[in-house]
Ligand binder design. Structure first.
Ligand code: ADP
Length: 346
């Protein structure tokens, strides 16, 4: 078992004469953890991963594995394995030979190679496919071979670049569980790049949310889900309502438009917006202290209806039960539960 700690210190990257695409990016990944880089397309995830791998040279900054500075070490001496979106299997080699490839390059003896490849094929459920060629495999099976090939060399780090994006929805779920199972079994420190929030929350110890080459938040999935640090993170993980704050009214209330909105946490002059998820707004009968608005759009989500509501607080997204649909044009009455309103500073 190889336990490795990854530290990125003040990484910056500029391609050619363009604008910087990474700014002062620092990240510490503990031994044996699976950390995801999550962000929209163009936020710098692949650039960061390729810099860690040594496929790209950063403009400045340091990469360390344990206490070794590998910032200028060539790719093949970094002791890392990478799995790409495309799998990049060798089409003319069998599954067995694909998995054996890295060990052969390291001049490991034939006996040890056979023993390690056989064990890895068993671990990844590929025993029966050892003599097949890549074109005789399904997408999910090819993905397994790519993982087996990456892991058989006992890498210090496993780098995964959107490894599931070519699989259908159902297979994505079972493969992500498979990746997590293998990662926990082998304790391989792993960096997983994805733009899919659900996918990365499901399998990560920690998530770094990237926006325009900067880390907006680095925390456990539960922390990010319940306490997004910024409006960008909140939007990315499903908060839809952002109410601009005009000022504080009392210890536990903000002014939004001409309304007073109560919160559970002590008011803070730095709060700029209040946010709440569509399914956290409570539909109630008309009454005092109850807000009302008119439904302008209704969409069916399967588990709920989502309403766009023209309200005294502006346009809101509100979820309601499928048993009692409200028509477009009809009024909707609701409250904003104080315990779900989250003040954000940026
Ligand atoms: P992500 O993986 O999050 O989609 P990337 O790391 O691929 O983001 O890209 C980050 C930024 O760097 C984008 O603005 C992209 O256009 C730019 N970029 C990526 N690769 C190159 C390249 N080879 N040359 C110039 N710009 C690039």
């Amino acid at each position: 078992m190889i336990l490795a700690r990854l530290t990125l210190e003040n990484l910056a990257m500029t391609y050619g004469h363009g604008d910087p695409v990474l700014h002062d990016l620092s990240l510490a990944v503990a031994d044996g953890q699976l950390v995801s880089l999550l962000g929209p397309s163009g936020s710098g995830k692949t650039t960061t991963l390729r810099i860690i791998a040594g496929l790209l040279q950063q403009t400045s900054g340091t990469i360390k594995v344990d206490d070794d500075d590998i910032s200028r070490v060539p790719v093949y001496k970094r002791g890392l394995s990478m799995v790409f979106q495309s799998y990049a299997l060798f089409p003319h080699l069998t599954v067995f030979a694909n998995v054996a490839y890295g060990l052969k390059r390291q001049r490991i003896s034939k006996a040890e190679t056979t023993q390690r490849v056989t064990a890895m094929l068993a671990t990844t459920g590929l025993n029966d496919l050892a003599e097949r060629y890549p074109q005789e495999l399904s997408g999910g099976q090819q993905q397994r071979v790519a993982l087996a090939r990456a892991l058989v060399v006992d890498p210090r780090l496993l780098l995964l670049d959107e490894p599931l994006s070519n699989l259908d929805a159902k297979l994505r779920v079972s493969m992500r569980e498979e990746i997590r199972r293998l990662q926990l079994q082998l304790h391989t420190t792993t960096i997983f790049v994805t733009h899919d929030q659900e996918e990365c929350f499901a399998i990560s110890d920690k998530v770094a949310v990237l926006n325009q080459g900067k880390i907006e938040q680095y925390a456990a999935p539960e922390e990010i889900y319940h306490h997004p640090a910024t409006e960008f993170v909140a939007r990315f993980i499903g908060f839809e309502n952002f109410l601009p704050v005009n000022g504080t009214v009392a210890d536990h209330a903000y002014r939004v438009g001409d309304q007073t909105v109560r919160v559970n946490v002590a008011t803070d002059g730095a709060a700029k917006v209040l946010t709440i998820r569509p399914n956290q707004i409570r539909l109630v009968p008309e009454g005092p202290e109850v807000l009302s608005g008119q439904v302008t759009i209704r969409t069916y989500l399967g588990s709920a209806y989502r309403y766009t509501v023209d309200s005294p607080l502006g346009a809101l997204q509100i979820d309601g039960p499928t048993e009692a649909p409200v028509a477009v044009g009809a009024p909707l009455h609701f409250t904003l539960p104080a315990e779900h309103l989250l003040p954000l500073e940026a």
